[in-house]
Design a protein around this ligand. Structure first.
Ligand SMILES: [Zn+2]
Length: 148
Protein backbone atom coordinates (compact mmCIF):
# COMPACT_ATOMS: atom_id res chain seq x y z
CA UNK A 1 0.00 0.00 0.00
CA UNK A 2 1.29 3.38 -0.94
CA UNK A 3 0.60 6.66 0.83
CA UNK A 4 1.46 10.29 0.46
CA UNK A 5 2.59 11.62 3.83
CA UNK A 6 2.17 15.37 4.03
CA UNK A 7 1.22 18.24 6.26
CA UNK A 8 -2.06 20.03 5.71
CA UNK A 9 -1.14 23.46 4.27
CA UNK A 10 -3.89 24.99 6.43
CA UNK A 11 -3.75 23.36 9.90
CA UNK A 12 -0.28 21.77 9.53
CA UNK A 13 -1.42 18.45 10.97
CA UNK A 14 0.17 15.33 9.53
CA UNK A 15 -2.09 13.60 7.04
CA UNK A 16 -1.79 10.39 5.11
CA UNK A 17 -3.41 10.15 1.69
CA UNK A 18 -4.05 6.75 0.15
CA UNK A 19 -2.71 6.91 -3.40
CA UNK A 20 -5.90 5.54 -4.90
CA UNK A 21 -7.62 8.84 -3.97
CA UNK A 22 -4.92 11.00 -5.55
CA UNK A 23 -7.15 12.15 -8.42
CA UNK A 24 -10.23 12.83 -6.25
CA UNK A 25 -11.21 16.04 -4.50
CA UNK A 26 -9.54 15.75 -1.10
CA UNK A 27 -10.26 17.46 2.19
CA UNK A 28 -8.17 17.50 5.35
CA UNK A 29 -9.64 15.13 7.95
CA UNK A 30 -8.80 17.64 10.73
CA UNK A 31 -9.76 21.08 9.45
CA UNK A 32 -11.86 20.15 6.43
CA UNK A 33 -9.99 22.44 4.01
CA UNK A 34 -9.50 21.22 0.49
CA UNK A 35 -6.04 19.77 -0.20
CA UNK A 36 -4.64 20.75 -3.58
CA UNK A 37 -1.99 18.26 -4.64
CA UNK A 38 1.01 19.35 -6.71
CA UNK A 39 1.09 17.99 -10.24
CA UNK A 40 4.01 16.87 -12.34
CA UNK A 41 3.78 19.15 -15.35
CA UNK A 42 4.92 18.23 -18.82
CA UNK A 43 7.55 20.53 -20.25
CA UNK A 44 9.13 20.63 -23.71
CA UNK A 45 12.12 22.03 -25.57
CA UNK A 46 10.53 25.50 -25.71
CA UNK A 47 9.70 25.73 -22.00
CA UNK A 48 12.81 23.95 -20.68
CA UNK A 49 14.87 27.10 -20.08
CA UNK A 50 12.17 28.83 -18.04
CA UNK A 51 10.97 25.74 -16.19
CA UNK A 52 14.36 24.27 -15.32
CA UNK A 53 17.43 26.40 -16.05
CA UNK A 54 16.01 29.74 -14.94
CA UNK A 55 14.25 28.26 -11.90
CA UNK A 56 15.64 29.12 -8.46
CA UNK A 57 15.58 26.00 -6.33
CA UNK A 58 15.55 22.25 -6.83
CA UNK A 59 14.00 20.63 -9.89
CA UNK A 60 13.81 16.98 -10.87
CA UNK A 61 13.57 16.64 -14.63
CA UNK A 62 12.05 13.24 -15.37
CA UNK A 63 12.85 12.09 -18.91
CA UNK A 64 10.45 9.39 -20.07
CA UNK A 65 8.83 7.63 -23.00
CA UNK A 66 5.17 6.73 -23.37
CA UNK A 67 5.73 3.05 -24.16
CA UNK A 68 7.91 2.38 -21.13
CA UNK A 69 6.64 0.49 -18.06
CA UNK A 70 9.51 1.57 -15.82
CA UNK A 71 8.69 5.17 -16.71
CA UNK A 72 5.08 4.69 -15.56
CA UNK A 73 6.27 3.08 -12.35
CA UNK A 74 8.68 5.92 -11.64
CA UNK A 75 6.03 8.54 -12.35
CA UNK A 76 3.76 6.98 -9.71
CA UNK A 77 6.57 7.21 -7.17
CA UNK A 78 7.36 10.79 -8.20
CA UNK A 79 3.72 11.81 -7.66
CA UNK A 80 4.18 10.91 -4.00
CA UNK A 81 7.60 12.53 -3.70
CA UNK A 82 6.27 15.70 -5.34
CA UNK A 83 3.68 16.13 -2.59
CA UNK A 84 5.99 15.19 0.26
CA UNK A 85 8.59 17.88 -0.52
CA UNK A 86 7.40 21.48 -0.56
CA UNK A 87 10.65 22.89 -1.85
CA UNK A 88 10.95 20.59 -4.82
CA UNK A 89 9.56 20.95 -8.31
CA UNK A 90 9.18 17.91 -10.56
CA UNK A 91 8.60 18.19 -14.29
CA UNK A 92 8.58 15.60 -17.04
CA UNK A 93 9.97 15.64 -20.55
CA UNK A 94 9.02 13.25 -23.35
CA UNK A 95 12.27 11.86 -24.82
CA UNK A 96 10.96 11.03 -28.30
CA UNK A 97 9.36 14.44 -28.78
CA UNK A 98 12.43 16.37 -27.61
CA UNK A 99 15.30 14.41 -29.14
CA UNK A 100 17.64 17.33 -29.78
CA UNK A 101 17.36 18.65 -26.22
CA UNK A 102 17.71 15.13 -24.79
CA UNK A 103 20.90 14.43 -26.77
CA UNK A 104 22.63 17.17 -24.77
CA UNK A 105 22.07 15.33 -21.49
CA UNK A 106 23.96 12.20 -22.60
CA UNK A 107 21.43 9.88 -21.02
CA UNK A 108 21.70 6.14 -21.61
CA UNK A 109 18.16 4.97 -20.89
CA UNK A 110 14.70 6.07 -19.86
CA UNK A 111 13.50 6.86 -17.33
CA UNK A 112 16.30 9.17 -16.23
CA UNK A 113 15.93 11.78 -13.51
CA UNK A 114 18.20 14.80 -13.62
CA UNK A 115 18.45 16.95 -10.52
CA UNK A 116 18.98 20.68 -11.05
CA UNK A 117 19.67 23.12 -8.23
CA UNK A 118 19.34 26.79 -9.13
CA UNK A 119 19.54 25.85 -12.81
CA UNK A 120 22.72 23.81 -12.49
CA UNK A 121 22.66 20.10 -13.30
CA UNK A 122 24.02 18.41 -10.16
CA UNK A 123 23.11 14.74 -10.38
CA UNK A 124 21.36 12.01 -12.35
CA UNK A 125 19.62 8.71 -11.60
CA UNK A 126 18.68 6.09 -14.17
CA UNK A 127 15.76 3.65 -14.01
CA UNK A 128 12.65 3.15 -11.89
CA UNK A 129 14.37 4.09 -8.64
CA UNK A 130 12.21 3.26 -5.59
CA UNK A 131 10.83 5.80 -3.15
CA UNK A 132 13.35 5.17 -0.36
CA UNK A 133 16.24 5.54 -2.76
CA UNK A 134 14.84 8.84 -4.08
CA UNK A 135 14.44 10.09 -0.50
CA UNK A 136 18.06 9.14 0.29
CA UNK A 137 19.17 10.81 -2.93
CA UNK A 138 17.37 14.07 -2.07
CA UNK A 139 18.72 14.00 1.50
CA UNK A 140 22.24 14.16 0.02
CA UNK A 141 21.21 17.63 -1.16
CA UNK A 142 19.69 18.56 2.22
CA UNK A 143 16.12 18.03 1.11
CA UNK A 144 13.79 16.36 3.60
CA UNK A 145 10.08 15.56 3.42
CA UNK A 146 7.70 18.18 4.86
CA UNK A 147 6.62 15.98 7.75
CA UNK A 148 9.98 16.30 9.50
ZN1 LIG B 1 -6.03 20.65 7.88
Amino acid sequence: MSYINMKCPNCHKKIKIDKKYINNKLNCIYCGKEIILKEIREINTETYLDEVVRFDGAVILNIYNDDCDNCKKLEETLKEINNEYNDLKIVKLNAKENMKLISGFMIRAVPTMILFIDGVQVDMRIGAVDKNAIQRWLSMYNMLPNIF
